[in-house]
Design a protein around this ligand. Structure first.
Ligand SMILES: [Zn+2]
Length: 314
């Protein structure tokens, strides 16, 4: 299945190359000279001088790139368009399961997961501070809009820190009432990291728990799901507190957060709950791990989804 898709992309890239060459004879002329030069290098014809050869290749490549830019053709037009540049859609990177494959496995196990669409649409560029009031004050003394700007900054700084060194990136506990843009920001973080070749694991906590319980009850083992959540390079745990809180959920949550804190693996947790409620509902030890691993980021306002609809953003 994966392989068939990969082959189709390789074929598409080849077709794109051929069609472009047919449409652009000038480009084809440059390309032919390059091909001829590579042939000469392999055969080492005549009195082959590597330095001279390299000079000729560099000059032609420069010409080629100039032509492409002038005609608004992407420089990588002949390369296959991989969903995951890391593993080139093989699902295997450096001898191990690639994160994109982990995410696929996880999504295929979750009922009704609709992350891919959200991931495409909800980016930092699409996030608007206009959804938050510049007039209403938060309990912190600033306006709701100023506070949203601060939270946005925390989220973008998190992405930058992960890019720099994941083990130094402090996590985020993103809190606020429902409809204030928490999932939007989670998606934007995912999107931004994925664009930089880091594929985070995004899960809605209630989905994870019900899926782990189902595997547990059917004896197929919940350990692999737990391991994925524990070991993903970056974990985005969305909507903590929406699940049915049980001893099982609490112990799994502790397990995940404790492991990640000890291994210094970054995470973002979003929740309608305040930190005080986390302590009351999930126990003191969950609370203490959360505040050790994450900085709180609080959103205030009124449901932004109605405003998004008004502004024509779904
Ligand atoms: Zn991959």
């Amino acid at each position: 299945m994966l392989e068939a898709k990969r082959q189709a992309k390789l074929v598409a890239a080849r077709q794109r190359y051929e069609q472009t060459m047919q449409k652009h004879p000038e480009l084809w002329a440059i390309e032919s000279k390059l091909v001829e030069l590579y042939r000469q290098k392999v055969l080492r014809e005549g009195n082959f001088v590597l330095a001279a050869w390299e000079e000729q290749v560099a000059a032609l490549q420069k010409q080629r790139n100039q032509y492409l830019r002038q005609h608004k053709i992407p420089l990588n037009f002949a390369e296959p368009q991989w969903d995951c540049p890391l593993c080139q859609d093989t699902g295997i990177f450096q001898g191990q399961m690639c994160n994109c494959e982990r995410q696929r496995l996880l999504e295929s196990r979750f009922r009704g997961a609709h992350l891919p669409t959200r991931l495409r649409e909800q980016t930092f560029d699409q996030f608007s501070l206009d959804w938050y009031s510049a007039a209403r004050k938060t309990p912190l003394g600033n306006s709701e809009r100023e506070q949203a700007a601060a939270v946005l900054h925390v989220c973008q700084a998190f992405v930058a820190a992960v890019m720099e060194n994941p083990r130094d990136a402090s996590g985020i506990f993103l809190t606020g009432q429902s409809g204030l843009g928490k999932t939007f920001l989670c998606s934007a973080i995912c999107h931004s990291l994925a664009a930089n070749n880091i594929v985070p694991l995004y899960i809605v906590f209630s989905d994870l728990i019900s899926d782990m319980r189902a595997s547990f009850q059917h004896d197929s083992g919940d350990a692999d799901l737990l391991a994925m959540a524990r070991e993903a390079p970056v974990l985005i745990l969305d909507d903590l507190g929406a699940e049915h809180v049980t001893e099982y959920a609490i112990s799994r949550l502790f397990d995940i957060i404790n492991y990640r804190r000890n291994e210094r693996l970054p995470m973002v947790i979003s929740s309608n709950l305040t930190l005080a409620e986390v302590e009351r509902i999930y126990s003191q030890r969950v609370f203490s791990r959360v505040i050790e691993a994450c900085q709180p980021a609080l959103l205030y306002g009124t449901d932004i989804r109605s405003q998004q609809r008004r502004l024509g953003i779904s």
